[in-house]
Write a protein that binds this ligand. Structure first.
Ligand SMILES: [Mg+2]
Length: 251
């Protein structure tokens, strides 16, 4: 049932029609120098990584911040806007309204929820190797539960933004590693956000992989960001190949 659902979603994803499987090769930004590194767990971001991006973040930020403030903050933050951080110190009334707007955008995103192409196959592969699978999202726990329901495979621990501090703080990833009793050096964090997923992974001491479906991070504005991923891929299928080629997968 789940497989059928995932496959049907895969065919519904418009990008699956246009992206050739080897349109861009895996970029190894920091190739391992010694033998294949050991990997015992993979921690995934959810929105834009396991779920096809369905939230219009620019529209959400504009709705929360207002057009002028949005443009000002965007110019100051080339790697992306941390909206939760920006509203953290607002008055409770203003903050409440902001959270309502964000929740509304997130709900609309969930209505259109589609599993990312390659996700089911990748998780099946990790299962076959008995590799641990965790999830960290800045979305709410209800969204994580709905995702689990639709996807039919479990990520554990799965931490939502109710877990503080959230990404890009390394705390959620360190929490998962300690729950697993696995060294962060033997864990891979994969996600589509340089400022959240890669930053969180680097700060925790894990391997990091940036999922960049459209090549947007090739743009020069990202050249001066602090955190560089160890790997960059354009699809989860490519990520799957990267794991096979570069890592010794150990339960
Ligand atoms: Mg994401």
């Amino acid at each position: 049932m789940t497989t059928v659902l995932s496959k049907s979603l895969l065919f519904l994803h418009p990008k699956s029609l246009s992206v050739a499987p080897t349109s861009r090769f895996t970029t190894m930004l920091n190739p391992p120098t010694a033998a294949r590194a050991r990997l015992r767990g993979v921690v995934f971001d959810m929105d834009g990584t396991l779920i096809v991006p369905a939230i219009d973040f620019a529209a959400m930020y504009k709705a929360v911040l207002g057009e002028d403030e949005y443009l000002r903050i965007r110019a100051e933050n080339p790697s992306g806007i941390d909206i939760l951080h920006h509203i953290e110190n607002w008055s409770s009334d203003k903050q409440h309204k902001a959270y309502e707007i964000i929740a509304d955008f997130e709900r609309q995103g969930l209505d259109r929820l589609q599993i990312m192409p390659g996700a089911a196959e990748l998780c099946g592969f990790l299962n076959s190797k008995k590799i641990r699978r965790g999830l960290i999202t800045r979305n709410v726990n209800d969204a994580v539960e709905l995702f689990h329901e639709r996807f039919g495979m479990t990520f554990s621990p799965a931490l939502s933004r109710e877990f503080r501090p959230y990404k890009p703080d390394p705390a959620p990833l360190l929490h998962i590693c300690s729950t697993w009793d696995v060294d962060p050096k033997e864990v891979m964090m994969v996600g589509d956000s340089l400022k959240d997923d890669v930053a969180c992974g680097k700060r925790a001491g894990a391997f990091t992989c940036l999922l960049d479906e459209t090549g947007r991070y090739d743009s020069p504005e990202y050249a001066r960001v602090d955190h560089k991923p160890d790997y960059k891929v354009s699809s989860l299928t490519e990520f799957h190949s990267l794991l096979v080629a570069n890592f010794e997968l150990i339960p």
